[in-house]
Design a binder for this molecule. Structure first.
Ligand code: HSE
Length: 413
């Protein structure tokens, strides 16, 4: 039998996900040793809350408040970070990478904003970057993109990548509960970020879209290239009218790579009620992708929570432990960031538009902009239009002349 590889790990923070990770590493240590021939030992925990450490059964001797205890510890090869936010996570991880320690993180904000700097530090230290838990929590979408889709050019992805907004929209849609009440419940249930703006205004989904799209198209798609709109403007009325027309509402992270042009966006979308993503309810997440050979694939599961996210972190730790001699890195020497020539900023979509009265003004605006009306329905003194495809700028310019627009939602088939 091959000799068991001993690997030392440090955990930066043992809050919700850090605690879940510690629990899995402890309860599954023997199983991982047997299955993967790797013995993973937590050698240091960076945590101020000693009570929390005691609660988790962590030996006080391995608890520290000084990152240098980890940076200088030769027995630690992998550092997993659970702080969230950009700093101090970024500075601590860069220090660790430069010292040759591979990093594992669920921190989508820090990772999407700092990927090139982390990459440079990883190269300097001969270490690797692992971030499976940063997108779609416990669902293994990153490794699917990097290790299972190599035989494909990926042409597009659509994801429900934020559990808070999916919970809110599902509840508004299924129970008719208003937005503010749903948000409060999502916060109570612990799905929402500390500042729920990150969820409801689409920032969290934008960070995840940046990471997923960069991997899908093998070009870094920075967050400033991603159109972003949150869910606070979505009304129960529009959700109900959309339902009557056969649509479900979702906040989607969408990206496409067509004819060499990449587009990426996050906004509320009407999708057909028969689309597989429409059945993803509550705080669940899903990623739907198209590869030119595999066709459509879909991944579904829990995008947040201590144990689901901890599951992805532990998977990364085991994966990283197996790759210490040839650590995983992505973007370094070549400039592979999308530039303006690679990017389609003015995307094309179909639209749902609701206007109060004055049908003729809306029809005139659509006709003047050469936007086809596929269907129009009169309801409760209002008119709902479903249009053919139009550039976003064309639609916005056309509607600037209509003063009674009450709702606008993009439609994806
Ligand atoms: N706030 C995030 C969500 C947590 O609601 O999906 C997981 O990234």
């Amino acid at each position: 039998m091959a000799e068991i590889k001993k690997v030392g790990v440090a955990l930066l923070g043992v809050g919700v996900v850090g605690g879940g990770t510690y629990e899995i590493l402890t309860t599954k240590r023997e199983m991982i040793k047997k299955n993967d021939n790797i013995d993973i030992e937590v050698k240091c925990v960076l945590e101020r809350n000693i009570e929390r450490c005691k609660q988790l059964g962590i030996d006080e001797k391995i608890v520290s408040q000084n990152i240098d205890d980890i940076v200088n510890n030769k027995d630690i090869q992998i550092v997993a970070e659970f702080f969230g936010g950009v700093e101090p996570a970024k500075s601590f991880l860069i220090k660790c990478l430069k010292a040759g320690k591979s990093i594992v993180t669920a921190n989508k904000e820090m990772f999407s904003k700092s990927w090139p700097e982390l990459e440079a530090a990883a190269k300097e230290g001969g270490a690797g970057l692992y971030f499976e838990a940063s997108c779609v929590g416990g669902v293994p979408v990153i490794r699917a993109l990097t290790d299972s889709m190599q035989g494909n050019a990926i042409t597009g992805l659509k994801g429900i990548v934020n559990g808070t907004t999916n919970y809110i929209l599902s509840k508004m849609s299924d129970e008719g509960v208003d937005y503010d009440t749903c948000l409060k419940e999502a916060q109570k249930l612990g799905y929402a970020e500390a500042n729920p703006t990150a969820d409801v205004d689409g920032f969290d989904a934008m960070y995840k879209n940046s990471i997923l799209s960069s991997l899908a198209y093998r070009k870094r798609v920075p967050i400033d290239k991603i159109y972003r709109e949150g869910i606070s403007g979505v009304s129960v009325d529009d959700i109900n009218y959309g339902k009557e027309l056969g649509y479900a509402i979702k906040l989607l992270a969408i990206s496409k790579c067509l004819d060499g042009k990449i587009e990426a966006r996050v906004h509320p979308v009407f999708i057909p009620a028969s689309h597989p993503l429409a059945s993803v309810k509550g705080s669940f997440n899903a990623l739907y992708m198209h590869g030119d050979n595999v066709d459509d694939v879909m991944f579904y599961g829990r995008g947040a929570g201590a144990l689901p996210t901890g599951s992805a972190i532990v998977s990364d730790i085991v994966f990283a432990a197996g790759k210490l001699e040839k650590p995983r890195r992505f973007y370094w020497e070549d400039d592979v960031t999308v530039n303006d020539d690679d990017f389609a900023s003015d995307f094309v979509s179909k639209y749902y538009v609701r206007v109060a009265g004055n049908k003729a003004a809306a029809e005139k605006a659509f006709s003047g902009a050469k936007i086809e009306i596929l269907k129009s329905v009169e309801k409760d003194g209002q008119v709902i239009f479903l249009t053919g495809e139009a550039h976003e700028s064309t639609m916005k310019n056309a509607l600037a002349a209509v003063d009674s627009v009450k709702g606008l939602i993009r439609v994806e088939d």
